[in-house]
Design a protein around this ligand. Structure first.
Ligand SMILES: Nc1ncnc2c1ncn2[C@@H]1O[C@H](COP(=O)(O)OP(=O)(O)OP(=O)(O)O)[C@@H](O)[C@H]1O
Ligand SMILES: [Mg+2]
Length: 446
């Protein structure tokens, strides 16, 4: 802003300076001309000789100034100096001036710039012929001092006005843009999947058409996303029945297969269809989670109760594998805002992983603090090496291992946590073994 104003200001200064110099020159020239005419009035011709009658009082009046040095000269038609200065800046041009003519010109005298008025006084009608040249000059200190003062008188109020206007504009623009920056903050704070319309209240009217367009775009986008997850859900749903059918047939055939090769093949088919069924089931859940994005209603739930229920559900399966499920809780209750079904699904996936890839013990912990509630699922298995921990959340990403799985479990966990504003992290336990998966919920609103 300032760098833009500086050249403008210099230009203004230059224009003001030249303008005031021009008008002040005009005024001063007029007074110089008056003095010249007054001096010419004093010229007389006596018996063909040019003379000057200049009493002291008249001389003082005509040829004295407090600040500037005034000087004059009168020469007769024979170019003899009758009165005044010998050293006078020469007339401009070669032709000189015609009788009766008056000119004002710039010159230099004793190294100083001066302004000179010259008048050719015609001697016609007297006893002499030709013209006497009357010149009066002055130095320029009063003019330039006045010009400087006039320039300041123009520039300073203008500068003040410009600065005030600039400050007012900056303030106005800042205030005008305030709703825009508020809007930007609100948009940048949005969650990745949040396609809800931008609220219009409090936004400037000029932005409304633009925001309406954005909202209609968001609307179309959200419809497209919904349609896509509905399609995945439908496809998964459609696949479930035939897969279950194949599996049932394979198992029935397996029971009656006598040939060893056929038995083997049917066992593989039964196993593959089970894997396929699991994959389809996971896809269905994932699609449901995505679809829940816009319709989700969070309720106040007791986290301790939810975790206890899921642990109870999984206990028989764990027992069958020789794994012990422990439940640790410091608080009698730990409230979270959530959807009970989705939270159970999330926890089930973490327990499923601990059971499949972990060791002999699973510990579930619920802890509540001022920063919110944290759920933990810890196992004493091999864990996940640090560099892999971020990657396992990606869909279909699995670490090498014989156990079957779709690679969607942690993706589902993360999406559900995200829907709840919670953060999932994977760590090694304090003694460096096993895996600890934690879900950190935000504190519920008071
Ligand atoms: N508790 C754990 N200990 C060791 N490795 C784990 C643990 N949990 C997950 N992993 C690793 O992370 C990978 C991704 O897990 P994720 O739950 O996303 O998929 P999955 O278990 O392979 O398949 P799905 O859960 O869809 O049936 C797993 O394949 C496994 O290698
Ligand atoms: Mg899993």
């Amino acid at each position: 802003m300032l760098s833009m104003m500086l050249p403008l200001f210099i230009l203004l200064w230059v224009i003001a300076h030249f303008a005031s110099q021009y008008f002040i020159n005009e005024a001063f020239d007029r007074s110089l001309v008056r003095r010249t005419y007054a001096l010419a009035d004093r010229v007389e011709v006596l018996r063909g000789e040019v003379q000057v009658d200049l009493p002291i009082a008249a001389r003082e009046l005509l040829l004295f100034d407090q600040e500037d040095l005034l000087f004059h000269r009168i020469i007769d038609p024979q170019a003899r100096v009758i009165e005044g200065e010998l050293n006078m800046p020469p007339l401009p041009g070669k032709k000189g001036i015609k009788p009766g003519q008056l000119i004002v010109y710039d010159g230099v005298k004793d190294g100083e710039k001066v302004r000179v008025a010259a008048f050719a006084l015609s001697l016609k009608g007297s006893s002499a012929t030709g013209a006497a040249l009357v010149q009066v000059g002055e130095t320029l200190s009063r003019r330039s001092a006045m010009a400087d003062r006039a320039t300041l008188a123009i520039v300073i109020p203008m500068l003040l006005m410009t600065l005030t206007a600039a400050a007012a504009i900056a303030y106005g623009v800042g205030r005008g843009l305030e709703p825009v920056s508020r809007l930007r903050d609100r948009l940048s704070a949005r969650q990745a999947f949040d396609l809800s319309p931008v609220p219009l209240e409090g936004t400037p009217a000029e932005l409304r058409p633009f925001l309406n367009e954005i909202n209609s775009l968001l609307q179309r986008l959200s419809e497209a996303v919904d349609a896509q997850s509905r399609f995945v859900a439908d496809a998964a749903h459609q696949l479930r029945t035939p897969i279950a059918g194949i599996r049932a047939q394979a198992e029935a055939a397996l029971a009656s297969a006598r040939h060893e090769n056929a038995h083997h093949a049917l066992a593989r088919i039964a196993q593959s269809t089970q894997t396929m069924g699991d994959l389809v089931q996971k896809l269905l859940i994932l699609a449901r989670v995505d679809a829940a994005e816009n319709t989700l209603r969070l309720n106040r739930l007791d986290g301790v109760e939810v975790v206890r229920e899921v642990a109870r559900e999984w206990a028989p399966r764990a027992l069958a594998k020789g794994v012990e499920i422990g439940f640790e809780m410091k608080d009698a209750e730990a409230w979270v805002m959530g959807d009970a079904q989705l939270l159970r699904e999330m926890l089930a996936n973490l327990i499923d992983n601990a059971l499949r890839y972990g060791g002999t013990r699973i510990t579930l912990t619920v802890r509540s603090s001022g920063q919110g509630v944290t759920w933990r699922v810890a196992d004493n298995g091999p864990g996940i090496p640090e560099p892999q921990r971020a990657a396992v959340f990606a869909p279909f990403h699995r670490l090498s291992g014989g156990v079957d799985g779709a690679g969607l479990g942690l993706t589902i966990v993360q999406r559900i946590a995200h829907l709840h504003g919670a953060v999932v992290s994977l760590e090694a336990s304090a003694d460096g073994t096993g895996l600890v998966a934690s879900v950190k919920f935000p504190p519920p609103p008071v």
